[in-house]
Design a protein around this ligand. Sequence first.
Ligand SMILES: C[S@@+](CC[C@H](N)C(=O)[O-])C[C@H]1O[C@@H](n2cnc3c(N)ncnc32)[C@H](O)[C@@H]1O
Length: 374
Amino acid sequence: MAEFFASTARGLVEPLEQELKDLGLKVLGKTAGGVYFESNWEGCYKANLCSRLASRILKPIMDFTAYQPEELYNQILRHDFTKYINPNQTISIDVSVGESKMRDQRFIAMKIKDAIVDQFRDKFGVRPDVDNYNPALRIVVRCVKNQFNVSVDTTGDSLFMRGYRKEVGEAPMKENLAAGLVKLSEWDGKSPIVDFMCGSGTFLIEAAMMAKNIAPGINRKRFGFMNLLNYEKASFENVVQEALDAEKEEIDFKFYGFDIDNKVLKSAKENAREAGVDDVIEFKKESVATVEPPVEKGLIIVNPPYGARIGDEDNLRDVYRDLGFTLKHRFKGWDAWILSGNKDLIADLKLKSTRKHFVFNGNIECRFLKYSMF
Ligand SMILES: C[S@@+](CC[C@H](N)C(=O)[O-])C[C@H]1O[C@@H](n2cnc3c(N)ncnc32)[C@H](O)[C@@H]1O
């Protein structure tokens, strides 16, 4: 058994913890940025393939204190990095640092890289090259107050890159954040979801994949763990087969996406098709001012524009007023969740929220608010 760390967006740690438990993984603890779990490597493959909320699965390997470059170099030498890849493969070192004596990320990365490649050179006479874009072995280092935490990345490209999204609108949301918000909404998994401003369709596609039990990573060709020397192909194939066997061919309800922009609707349709859920999502051009319930009952999840990236605040006031009016007058009896990074615009809804979560959409702190339309 080994210890792994699943990282996620701030605000999604609790639902990620539940998700890992649901995947049968043993949770050891959590931080503000993610969840530690214990499992064999097959469990790590499963977390990479099946977690909808994680950004990355890391394998922590070292914790130590270092104040000086030489100390850092010598500490890194204590771990055998030659067991992960061949010397003809490539490496990269990702460093984040805060409140420490050594502050220069590039210098820290270089010192760590020197210690690692020297190990290879001593053992094999050749050393791995650095490839910052597509390395075989990505070492992730966090340093806070001179305390270094070193991990091997098992993911490769971040897990939000499911592979289905070829086209995006102007302010698309990361897929793992969209999935996390669907989880936070306490959607029952078996009733329709409506998105009045669906953009490239991320909420609906993620929810539809949940409903059809399609593993989020099923379309990905590569994961970081495939480059490691201990990669057990047969174990991963087992995990994939289990995921495929668990998929549901049909569900007896639908998802509905509206937007005023024909271009983003075209992308949304294309993305849904790539994700294998176009049969259960209906997209239609409609303004939030005029949208009517497409079904008798369901849950609404909306991410209206909030000025930070698209649109301008004054024009958006009308959009928020229209959204509030539509909910109040045409969606009586429905529950709605709205994600917005702009408090002032939220006030323009003229509705009182009954639940609130704080999440980060990139660097923007957002509120995810529930409104019950009695
Ligand atoms: C922040 S984006 C939604 C992004 C979406 N969650 C995604 O992941 O792609 C907001 C969307 O609202 C749409 N929109 C703006 N004003 C609208 C209106 N009055 N009625 C309907 N849609 C509108 C925009 O076209 C845009 O696609």
